[in-house]
Write a protein that binds this ligand. Sequence first.
Ligand code: DON
Length: 567
Amino acid sequence: MKKFVLIVCVLTAFISCKKAQEKPLVDESKRGLIVDHGMVVSARAEASKIGAAILEKGGNAFDAMVATELALNVAYPYAGSIGGGGFMVYRLNNGEVGSLDYREKAPLAASRDMYLNENGEVIPDMSTLGAMAVGVPGGIAGVFAAHEKFGTLPMADLIQPVIELAQNGVVVTKKQDERIKHYQPNFPKANKDSILFDKTWKENDTIKYPQLAETLTRIMNNGRDEFYKGETAKRFVQFMQDNGGIITEEDLDKYEAKWRDPITFEYDDLKIISMSPPSSGGICLAQILKMVEPYDLDKFGHNSVKTIQVLTEAERRAYADRSFYLGDPDFVDNPIDALMESEYLKERMSSFSFETPTKSSDVTHGDVMALESMETTHYSIVDQFGNAIAVTVTLNGAYGSKLYNDDLGFFLNNEMDDFSSKPGTPNMFGLIGGEANSILPEKRMLSSMTPTIVEKEGKLFMSVGTPGGSTIITSVLQTILNVHEFNMTAQQAVDAPRFHHQWLPDVVMFEPNMFDDSLIKAIEDIGYETVVRENVITGKVNAILKLPDGKLEGGADHRGDDTAAGH
Ligand code: DON
């Protein structure tokens, strides 16, 4: 018996050693920024540095969240959350996990068919451009709720550096210069008067934000209610009504951020903690990872034909479920457990073969037994106490509805487009929605945002997330797999080429200039339709990896101005 045990042990050691050998070793020369204590990775250096300075001062991840997120509103107005909303997933140093939903809501005056004309057709641009596209913002409620529960430093210490940033201004980067120029033609379509962003800004100019500085000063002095019940609320509602919107003082007054149980599941020896509805992110991520778990992705190799096939087929099936089942949990019953059930997912993949693609037209949502019944930004923070957060916030489209409140100093979201305006008609990300995501007063629109924390062997391993609309889920998925299956550093994992499938349209989308033509040809030869396109697919993933020696590695996506900072 003893001899038998010994043989089994030797054999197991040999097999696991062989498996380890097959994986490429981590290339230590390709690490991102390494720090010993605390780190922030966000879309702009200014915001990461302000957040990291709060950590260095003794603040925790939640204190740094307030400073980083508000600073992004100044340095990255493309996606900032004051006029939008977001989700935060946390893991405390004692292992406790949770999440905060500060997603926008439909106004009280919203209705199911509000974006349809008398013939029942979707009115172009109405859910994406201008005041009618705006959901009730959750950003300020979100940062205050996080601070109230977990913050340790006074709010004034967190907001004052942001006010100074807004007053002193932020230097336009090359990427920001291109972005402003690209979207400028749309600003007059949404705004009656000229706005700050109509000017010809160019690289190295400094944009100052005095109105935003004043708004933030009032919020710092009067607290959360300044935005939802105070002078700012009144000026905000007046502005919305002047521009033909329907948000009222009652809408703001009733807005609340909500603590929700996150989605948690296991993949190999990882435990993954991600966002629950009203985001579809956590459930879809769980479905895809569980569907691909039986396959030896590490043996197939990173971005090999077989790996792309397996992920594509799992993505196709998960996104079909997403469109049918998921919506705001305060309004619809999301069959979460049933959708993540192993037997169900095994059955779902049973029609897959390496020989031919499954057609999306042959895939609808699966039958599960319900038990009871474009722009965004992501930042990750790990503090010196071992607490971690992953936060994704959004205005939806780039500069949201393009409606800019010059008086208060921020852009308004066009998050209403994340509802399904009409079942079967795709939204701006090509996502098809169902009844579960139809519009109702005070309902939260379904999201794909996937702020995620990963544990390995019971300890913090990674904080990760990204913008990218419908591609958010598959970008987070690939980043986790890049580290776990393909032994990449955090920096390599976020920089690696990405692809995407979302059920409909039935195409595998590849990031441009990143994949060999021969690989795409091989995928096409099997029968897949492909498209190589510069769009939101690229995302901008930001991640922090906890290394075996306890240090933190930042992965800041090279596709943006994203930057890691820490101490
Ligand atoms: O919540 C969502 O899923 C979308 N509003 C996110 C939009 C987005 O990521 C746009 N960024 N590229």
